[in-house]
Design a protein around this ligand. Sequence first.
Ligand SMILES: Nc1ncnc2c1ncn2[C@@H]1O[C@H](COP(=O)(O)OP(=O)(O)O)[C@@H](O)[C@H]1O
Ligand SMILES: N[C@@H](CCC(=O)OP(=O)(O)O)C(=O)O
Length: 370
Amino acid sequence: MSPRSAISTARRLVVKVGSSSLTGADGGIDSGRLIALVNALAHRHAQGTQIVLVSSGAIAAGIHPLGLAARPRDLATQQAAASVGQGALLAAYTHAFGAHAVTVGQVLLTADDVTRRSHYANARRTLERLLDLSVLPIVNENDTVATSEIRFGDNDRLAALVAHLIDADALVLLSDVDALYDGPPSRVGTTRIPVVSGPDDLVGVEIGGSGSKVGTGGMTTKIEAARIATAAGVVTTVTAADRVTDVLAGGDVGTVFLPVGVRGRSRRLWLEHATTARGRLLVDDGAVAALVHRKKSLLPAGIVGVEGTFHDGDPVDVCGPDGAAVARGLVNYSSSELPGLLGRSTKELARELGPEYEREVIHRDDLVIL
Ligand SMILES: Nc1ncnc2c1ncn2[C@@H]1O[C@H](COP(=O)(O)OP(=O)(O)O)[C@@H](O)[C@H]1O
Ligand SMILES: N[C@@H](CCC(=O)OP(=O)(O)O)C(=O)O
């Protein structure tokens, strides 16, 4: 099967659309563009394909109602614009999909939500149930509550992680550029790259930032998203939103990134790509070996130092004697409590402080080796 026909035959698809593909020249949502996208997705939905739409555009949709001249730069105004705009965006989608008798559901995620064990299972269950009910879920980051530390900031990576979460057959990233080019597409003489089989195909390719006033991340975050998705076995295509019909039909458009890894489902992928470490635990050689080679949990005995300020449940990096991060995990103690436990056995701690101190510093299920 050709990689492009993986999209035309997919039973479950994640489609991500960027702000630049939904906005007009004045920066606000262009309903004509939104309706054209909806028509193509509704047509595919009618054929029985389960689709999750990851849509940006909340901040852009808030620009006009708030009387702003352009996309705000500070976080608080972006969050205010997203609060106003997300409602308007969903209303526009509900109306446009409703014309095709397709029911949509809003799913707003934060990185923090999905990396914690119970939240991960919950997000997956909700999406599965919506798909079972033939609803078309529309996902965005929960911009209004996400602080800068817990923000994805770009929906390309969020879409890759959602594709992995629901075990999608393919991921389609729609932008304002029809493909990955070997240099900035505005430069004369650059050419389209039709297929990327692995990292070697990107050597020498100039990957730049956003070319629009409303987009974030540019091609850099799309490549990163393709890397995450293809490593999890999901074929990924980047093309322009106005090529959506062609790409869904398996046409020779855009850039297709071939899967390099095997499919599987693991919260660890989210831990690795959706979190920012709040601190560092410095560990000895024995702890590195236990974690990396023997897949053990991290215990207080192997920790020699604690850096940063964090609470229990926060993501932290585990660093070996050379200072390099070897793993990331969700820590079970705060940075104020942990220094008093270092170098001691869990048995001794439990005897002295109580049975709750027998727990690991990071459980192996909450740990990803980098
Ligand atoms: N090598 C490249 N090939 C294609 N596009 C590129 C490249 N380098 C940078 N870009 C820019 O990436 C932009 C798409 O990203 P972005 O503006 O963030 O879109 P979106 O809002 O769809 O996420 C394109 O408009 C283009 O200007
Ligand atoms: N969550 C933000 C979008 C962030 C984002 O990734 O934007 P884009 O680069 O246009 O896909 C919003 O809805 O405005």
